[in-house]
Design a protein around this ligand. Structure first.
Ligand SMILES: [Zn+2]
Ligand SMILES: [Zn+2]
Ligand SMILES: [Zn+2]
Ligand SMILES: [Zn+2]
Length: 596
């Protein structure tokens, strides 16, 4: 019997974290000791292995191959890289790299050697049709720089976009067409500069709206038409005022964007988006039960904790990201999907069970410290054992990992149950999505033991200065396709600014269709700016700010009926809006009472 909860000091950031009774239950089920790193340090450590959006030209390392290929691994990384077709062929085998367990030095050191030796697929990009510059994707057609998004057509510069068409600069979008600069939205047509929008058409600058058409600069509206800044207008008045706004012009658009930003602060914000769920905390959770501190999770999901980015069938998954499609009993892992059970400290595993400390394996079971395997069982360091040998060696190995843990360059130790040290990653910190969720300066990253990739070496010479880009698309001719356009940030932002960028023909055609000017920021800076619109993955304990007749500070007057009457709502909530933020934050009931 364990104490109700135990306080620990994170081995990495030295902050205090709690391990609760249910945590102990889970760790017992997984047969792992409690973690020595706090939840965010563990997430950061895992994310430092995932490079989605940094692609390089490099040589293929397959035997006899000399062709240049597009890869997420830069030439100077320690990865051995094969082209997609060769990697998936039977012309090579990961078992060639099998090693014996050496009980005279840390096991993770031996795993690292295997990880470096076994070749990797240049990109994770399946069924691509004229979409070579996409990663962690499948079934994209005529797409360019799409990451983690599937089944799209003619989409550009987007992440986690699905079933979308003729759109650019999306982040978390589903079934969007002719959309631009959208986050967390679905089923929209011709909508731009909007967030948390569903079933809307011919609109711009919407926040938390659904079923609206011909609306601009609106917040919390449902099934409305012809509104500007939440004011209901006649169709004629709407069209007249819309023309006067000149949203096609970058400068007038910026003025309107600021008005919209101010308007958003006058309306209640939903404390979290937890939909059709029971006993859940975090944000953007749908169809889940007993899921704590979970973010961007679309269920069914049950009994999960500290999960980021998951979908379709999860149970008993903790401290794991990029997981789903029937995953059960997963501990401190990422990219775990499609029929998996009992996975400890692993990455990129599918259709497998009883897996620990492995990378990029599928259709496997009972594997430990393996890389690149498929259709195998009872393997350690890619070497085949009999069932009896394997079962006899496992406890010895686990005990050895605890007796002789791996120690990294900063002196942090890794026992059995701790994920891989980030120094095993083939990527620099700023190449990975760790830098998107936990942005660091170069100096901060290096102090924490991460590597940094210097992008400054590129030295593009811009031929079109950012302040010379026309403020309308009408003022831009086809010559822009030949230009090297300067990014307004000029590399000073630590957002992997490429300092300059090209405009592609498909992109120019889209700007013309949407009547939008060429942007002044490079695609990478635009991506990072977009991410700033989303709340961080951290929940704060706060009280609902509904004061009964309106918001407690008086900016907003309630018009709906609230069950708590004219007294302040007493609901306590876990929200990603930090207490010092300017937004009005309502609990679910109070928020819904104000949506009509
Ligand atoms: Zn920590
Ligand atoms: Zn830039
Ligand atoms: Zn309330
Ligand atoms: Zn209320």
């Amino acid at each position: 019997v364990h104490a109700p909860s135990e306080k620990k000091i994170c081995q990495n950031c030295k902050s205090e974290f709690a391990i609760g009774p249910d945590d102990f239950g889970f760790y017992a089920k997984m047969n792992v000791p409690p973690p020595t790193w706090c939840v965010n340090c563990r997430l950061q450590r895992r994310l430092a292995f995932r490079n989605e959006r940094h692609l390089y030209k490099r040589q293929c390392n397959a035997p006899g191959h000399t062709e240049a290929l597009i890869s997420m691994y830069a030439s100077e990384s320690d990865a051995v890289v094969y082209d997609h077709d060769y990697w998936w062929s039977d012309q090579w085998s990961p078992t060639t790299y099998a090693a014996n367990v050496d009980l005279s030095r840390p096991f993770l050191e031996q795993f690292r050697e295997l990880l470096r030796a076994v070749p990797r697929d240049a990109l994770v990009n399946f069924n691509a049709v004229r979409s070579d510059y996409c990663n962690y994707t499948t079934d994209n057609k005529d797409c360019y720089l799409v990451f983690g998004g599937d089944f799209n057509e003619n989409c550009l510069y987007s992440t986690f976009n699905f079933h979308s068409k003729d759109s650019a600069d999306l982040y978390w979008a589903d079934k969007c067409e002719l959309c631009y600069e959208m986050t967390d939205s679905g089923s929209c047509y011709n909508v731009s500069f909007s967030e948390f929008v569903k079933d809307c058409t011919n609109s711009a600058f919407l926040a938390d709206c659904s079923g609206c058409s011909n609306c601009v600069g609106c917040v919390n509206l449902k099934n409305k038409s012809y509104c500007i800044l939440n004011e209901q207008l006649s169709r004629e008045e709407y069209e007249k005022r819309l023309r006067e706004l000149h949203l096609e012009d970058r400068e007038s658009r910026a003025v309107f964007a600021e008005k919209f930003r101010q308007l958003k602060l006058l309306f209640p914000h939903r404390y979290a988006r937890i939909v059709k769920s029971v006993n859940c905390s975090g944000d953007n959770v749908v169809n889940a039960k007993n899921c704590a501190n979970c973010f961007d999770v679309t269920g069914p999901a049950e009994d999960c904790k500290d999960v980021y980015l998951a979908a379709s069938g999860l149970r008993d998954v903790r401290g794991t990201d990029h997981v789903g499609h029937q995953a059960e009993l997963v501990h401190d892992s990422f990219a775990i999907f499609s029929g998996v059970r009992s996975v400890v400290c692993s990455m990129l595993i599918s259709n497998s069970y009883n897996v620990a400390y492995s990378y990029n394996c599928r259709n496997t079971n009972n594997i430990f410290g393996c890389v690149g395997l498929q259709n195998k069982q009872y393997c350690i360091l890619n070497r085949q054992y009999s069932k009896e040998e394997y079962e006899a060696l496992m406890p010895v190995l686990i005990k050895y990992m605890n007796d002789v843990p791996y120690t990294d360059a900063l002196g942090r130790t890794y026992h059995y149950g701790e994920f891989f040290p980030s120094e095993f990653s083939p990527f620099a910190y700023n190449e990975t999505i760790a830098h998107e969720i936990f942005p660091l300066s170069r100096n901060e990253a290096e102090l924490k033991g991460f590597r940094w990739r210097d992008e400054a070496g590129k030295h593009y010479a811009p031929t079109l200065a950012s302040d010379k880009i026309s403020s309308t698309i009408a003022g831009t001719d086809d010559n822009v396709l030949q230009a090297t356009v300067e990014c307004e940030h000029r590399g000073a932002c630590e957002q992997n600014c490429t300092t300059a960028f090209r405009v592609t023909p498909a992109e120019l055609a889209l700007y013309r269709r949407l009547n939008l000017p060429v942007p002044r920021l490079c695609p990478s800076c635009r991506h990072y700016e977009r991410l700033k619109l989303r709340n961080p993955m951290r929940a704060y304990d706060r009280q609902c700010e509904c004061g009964g007749v309106g918001s407690v500070r008086g900016e907003f007057k309630n018009f709906g009926t609230h069950s708590h009457g004219i007294n302040r709502c007493t609901a306590q909530m876990k929200t990603t809006y930090a207490p010092d933020r300017p937004e009005i934050v309502y609990c679910e009931d109070c928020y819904q009472a104000e949506i009509v």
